[in-house]
Design a protein around this ligand. Structure first.
Ligand code: HEM
Length: 438
């Protein structure tokens, strides 16, 4: 076990891959408490996330740690508080919002091209650029109508708090928040700043409410207007938790996917060529209406999310005894589902290590929805806790890839970076590439 712990810390993906190879699709890890299982059999994964989802909760170390920042937001909430909140929040992700998001994506792409024009021909960190772009998009989609600068303060405070939580999670022994260790003091200060920024934003919104019949200006307007059947709405604390959750869940995930997409395209020139041809065939800058004309670009996103699922593990706590692929799993066990391993399962995927976007297209070149929703493909999870931002993320990914491919070329300057699995899968040392304006 001690040997395993050092391997887990150094290279968790290699460790999990070896466990699966040595012990099969439902394997108990050498961790004494709680009993911990790695589940990679697609049918067993489906049982945990979909068909028997009510028997699994979210009280796991992964989500409890994250909830120090996100509170009782959708991602970390356990079933009871999650269900009514999901119903209230869902309308903020409907079609009108997605159209708004697509305009923010176009603006962010335009700004990035201007910045890259100034350094045409030199090496840039594509990873850093994608992080900034994704943060701008989620910030503007949530509170694009903010006029006060509170939005920037809020996003910065969220990222500060998240950084402290990640450092905290990597410490060998968890220390309760009430103990004034240096990291707890920093975390409490970061969360206070975050709460202050949310309060300022909500106070500003209260001074400028929507007029009768006026369309929502951004997703925050939609969250504030949401009403359940009994007329109840989200409390200020709930609005705070959801906003912070969207920044945390909707920023680094999208950036990670885009970064790996650029890396994969750089090392697969024929795929890059086909994507560029599809983007060039559009009449003007890639927009919401163009999405049906970008099936290959969508397949590049699908295939990137298969090979580099940003959420490389998803955890659950068993609420009752269960049996997964013939293995008894006792109540209170920790179940680790790894999209990374499921997506590379040789029994399901043909030539799983290769980047082949075509696998997500049918013979007519249209997107294969059956594959994108199969139980062996779960970049956005599955079942009731499926990612609420899936359509937003896919739309953003496709419009960024096509929008940039029309205007720049990104050339590799070395081998692919090593994937480092943190909250999402990050490229070790960033992704340096040479940018050339077209
Ligand atoms: C490529 C980008 C993204 C990936 C790979 C991703 C992945 C995931 C995954 C795997 C889950 C399920 C976690 C579980 O079952 O425990 C999830 C849930 C969630 N995601 Fe995403 N996500 C992405 C983008 C976004 C965006 C853009 C937003 C919002 C702005 C978002 C908000 C959420 C929320 C709120 C949940 C919790 C849903 C619930 O339990 O009701 N995500 N995401």
């Amino acid at each position: 076990m001690l040997r395993s712990i050092s391997v887990i810390r150094r290279d968790p993906i290699a460790f999990l891959t070896r466990v699966r190879a040595d012990y099969g699709d439902v394997a108990q890890l050498p961790i004494p408490q709680p009993p911990t299982y790695l589940v990679t059999d697609p049918e067993a994964v489906r049982r945990v996330l979909v068909t028997n989802a009510r028997a699994y909760g979210k009280r796991t170390l992964q989500y409890t740690t994250l909830s120090l920042v996100t509170g009782d937001g959708l991602l970390t909430a356990d079933t009871e508080s999650w269900r009514p909140a999901r119903r209230l929040v869902q309308p903020a992700f409907h079609r009108d919002s997605l159209e708004l998001v697509s305009r923010h994506v176009q603006d962010a792409v335009d700004r990035l091209v201007v910045r890259w024009k100034a350094v045409d021909g030199s090496v840039v960190d594509v990873d850093e650029a994608m992080m900034r772009l994704a943060l701008e998009v989620v910030g503007e989609s949530l509170f694009g109508s903010d006029l006060t600068g509170d939005a920037e303060r809020l996003a910065a405070a969220t990222l500060d708090a998240l950084e402290v939580v990640i450092k905290k999670a990597r410490m060998p022994l968890p220390v309760p928040l009430s103990v004034p260790t240096p990291s707890n003091v920093v975390l409490r200060r970061a969360v206070r700043q975050l709460d202050g920024a949310v309060d300022a934003m909500l106070a500003e919104r209260a001074r400028r409410p929507l007029a009768e019949g006026e369309p929502a200006r951004d997703m925050l307007d939609l969250l504030l207007a949401a009403r359940a059947d009994d007329g109840s709405s989200l409390s200020p604390q709930q609005v705070r938790d959801q906003i912070v959750t969207f920044i945390v869940a909707g920023h680094e995930t999208v950036a990670s996917a885009l970064t790996w997409a650029w890396d994969l395209l750089a090392h697969n020139p024929s795929a890059a060529e086909r994507l560029r041809a599809e983007a060039d065939a559009l009449d003007s800058a890639a927009s919401y209406e163009d999405l049906p004309r970008l099936p290959y670009t969508a397949a590049v996103m699908d295939e990137t999310l298969r090979l580099y699922p940003p959420a490389w593990v998803v955890t659950r706590r068993a609420l009752e005894d269960d049996v997964l692929a013939g293995v008894p799993v006792a109540a209170d066990s920790l179940v680790i589902v790894s999209p990374w391993l499921v997506h590379r399962h040789a029994s399901v995927w043909d030539d799983p290590e290769s980047f082949r976007p075509e696998r997500f297209l049918d013979d007519a070149g249209a997107r294969r929805r059956d594959l994108a929703t199969s139980s062996a493909y779960l970049p956005f999870g599955a079942g009731p806790r499926l990612c609420i931002g899936r359509d937003m993320a896919l739309l953003e990914g496709v419009l960024v890839l096509a929008g940039l491919a029309r205007r720049v070329e990104l050339e590799p300057v070395g081998a692919s970076p090593r994937p480092v699995p943190l909250v999402t899968v990050r490229p070790d040392g960033g992704l340096p590439m040479r940018v050339r304006l077209r």
